[in-house]
Design a protein around this ligand. Structure first.
Ligand SMILES: Nc1ncnc2c1ncn2[C@@H]1O[C@H](COP(=O)(O)OP(=O)(O)O)[C@@H](O)[C@H]1O
Ligand SMILES: [Mg+2]
Length: 249
């Protein structure tokens, strides 16, 4: 694959909810290995953009390409197989289950709710070993058999990022990974994100600019569903339009 093919390309993307635009005429290019930060006020359309990239929502019009392949109409699991992974703004772990079971099911591509419908799978043991390894990588190896409900919020965030990384994604979308965390937990998550290898292209939505700007090379500002400013981090931050829309709040 040529280095000039973007990891992610968004062309004239629009999503309307009952006639109201959540994203409109969004055009974006993220190159392989890039660290992109998406900023913008609440309701700007950031999460809606992610939901369209993952296939949770179908766009009203426009096109989405992953490493040159048109994924606009693909199902979410098909996109996952092509190397797309995400975390959610709202943590989606099953709280009445153990960390290791949650991660194992995640690796198997099953939700805990669906798990009960199936007999144990051939790959379960194998994936459980992998799940324990992944939890070890984020410093939670000794807590693998604890219930999700018993661990701290920042630790859940770590489990979510670990699960997403365990798929060895080519493109990882992080939706507000630092939201709701203590200063200490933010530092831990920031280190975890900084350590993600360059083989994984990163697109991150985040409000905590102080922390997130350190991780970003390029920044896109969304406002009312539109890209207002887009480019190298320092240029976007210095742009008057950014100050007006975001930093002035
Ligand atoms: N499932 C949905 N149904 C209807 N409207 C939605 C839905 N999801 C988002 N919206 C609307 O789209 C706009 C953008 O929302 P969102 O993408 O969540 O913003 P952000 O993540 O930037 O805060 C908001 O006006 C929101 O109310
Ligand atoms: Mg959001």
């Amino acid at each position: 694959m040529s280095a000039s093919v973007p990891a992610l390309e968004i062309i004239n993307l629009r999503k309307f909810f009952g006639g109201l635009p959540a994203t409109q005429d969004v055009n974006l290019q993220v190159m392989p290995g890039e660290r992109r930060l998406i900023i913008g006020p609440n309701g700007a359309g950031k999460t809606t953009l992610f939901n369209q990239i993952t296939g949770d929502f179908l766009p009203t019009s426009g096109q989405i390409k992953l490493f040159g392949a048109d994924i606009t109409r693909m199902k979410p699991h098909e996109r996952a197989h092509m190397g797309l992974s995400r975390t959610y703004q709202i943590i989606t772990l099953f709280s009445k289950d153990t960390l290791v079971h949650n991660v194992t099911l995640g690796l198997l591509g099953l939700s805990p709710a669906r798990w009960n419908l199936f007999k144990p799978l051939d790959h379960y043991q194998e994936m459980e070993v992998e799940a324990r390894r992944v939890l070890g990588l984020v410093g939670l190896g000794s807590m693998a058999d604890r219930l999700v409900s018993e661990i701290a919020y920042g630790q859940k965030r770590r489990v979510e990022i670990a699960m997403a990384m365990a798929q060895k994604p080519k493109l990882l979308l992080l939706d507000e990974p630092l939201a709701g965390l203590s200063a200490e937990e933010r530092t831990t998550i920031k280190e975890l994100i900084a350590a993600i290898p360059r083989e994984t292209t990163l697109v991150m939505i985040e409000h905590d600019m102080d922390t997130a700007l350190d991780l970003a090379e390029t920044v896109t500002l969304l406002h009312y569903g539109k890209v207002i400013v887009d480019g190298q981090r320092d240029a976007v931050i210095a742009d008057e339009k950014t100050r007006e829309v975001y930093l002035g709040h």
